[in-house]
Ligand binder design. Structure first.
Ligand code: GUN
Length: 291
């Protein structure tokens, strides 16, 4: 059984990005610049954004973190995005989700200039992805593909079963795995909360992607022998014995599923790190195409 170690795969990608940025800067040009907007103080979002900013610094990107209060108006957030859209020194913009209930996430996503849409959530980016055109691929599915590539896991002809149909993970993942590309050519089934016989369908998956956000939902009896199991879940579960008062749990019951899988991503240390690698690659792409 192969552990798909996100530390190893993301390190390799970051080293390559670091070299590319160093040569850009050496040639006298500015470094790529990512702007991240964080609204409120959701603990998990704080951690993710801090990690994105830290990773930018590690590879030589500039980054700007804009923090807005939880009660900021939608109009102020949209105006902040517009300023970043108009700033030629900013290459990529991301607004960390989820947003407070009084703000329309869709409006916010659509306010970002598609040329700076490094999360790949804008309908223009999503539409291009569906049509197989070059675009920003949402960071998590992109990171998963990069992970498969790093560990030489082939996808052609395999049956991929995806649990979860979100615009951030499940749906774009299904597009990528079914696309006519080196990391596609799968037969894809998307499962969701209304799927009957979920277990039977999961058992058919040569590749099983769990992206539903329910800790340890996927158990060994749902997994085909020799399957490649990709765990996208990152849920904080209260645990008084842990230093921070919680533990991070994936969507897969790792210990029992690892005994059946041919390859599996750990949580933490798996897909989460690859999401950042995907975001960094998108930011460099934005920089290069906006030059
Ligand atoms: N919330 C959960 N995942 C993501 C992501 O990939 N990007 C943003 N902006 N917010 C998220």
């Amino acid at each position: 059984m192969l552990v798909l170690d996100g530390k190893i795969a993301s390190h390799a990608i970051k080293e390559s990005l670091k070299t590319q940025v160093a040569s850009i800067v050496q040639s006298g040009k500015r470094a790529p610049h990512l702007a991240a907007i964080l609204v409120g103080n959701n603990g998990a979002s704080e951690t993710y954004v801090a990690s994105k900013v830290k990773n930018c610094a590690e590879i030589g990107f500039e980054s700007t973190l804009i923090r807005l209060e939880a009660n900021v108006t939608e109009a102020v957030l949209l105006a902040t995005i517009e300023e970043l859209n108009n700033n030629d020194l900013i290459d990529g913009i991301l607004v960390q989700l989820p947003l407070p209930k009084h703000i329309s996430e869709q409006k916010v996503i659509e306010a970002i200039n598609p040329h700076k849409d490094v999360d790949g959530f804008h309908p223009t980016s999503a539409g291009k992805l569906v049509q197989g055109l070059p675009t920003f691929i949402p960071a998590t599915p992109y990171g998963i593909v990069l992970m498969l590539e790093h560990f030489n896991i082939t996808t052609k002809g395999k049956h991929a079963v995806i649990i979860g149909r979100s615009n951030i993970v499940g749906r774009p993942m299904s597009i990528l795995l079914s696309s006519n590309s080196p990391f596609g050519n799968c037969t894809v089934t998307i499962c969701h909360s209304h799927t009957p016989n979920l277990k039977d369908i999961c058992l058919q998956g040569d590749i099983l992607v769990a992206a539903l956000g329910r800790p340890e939902f996927v158990t060994a009896d749902m997994v085909k022998d020799g399957a490649v199991v990709i765990d996208v879940g990152i849920t904080r579960v209260e645990d008084a014995s842990a230093k921070k008062g919680f533990r991070i749990k994936g969507d897969v019951a790792y210990n029992e599923v690892a005994l059946k899988a041919s390859a599996i991503t750990p949580v933490p240390g798996g897909v989460g790190l690859m999401t950042i690698a995907g975001l960094l690659k998108n930011t460099l792409q934005a920089y290069l195409s906006n030059e």
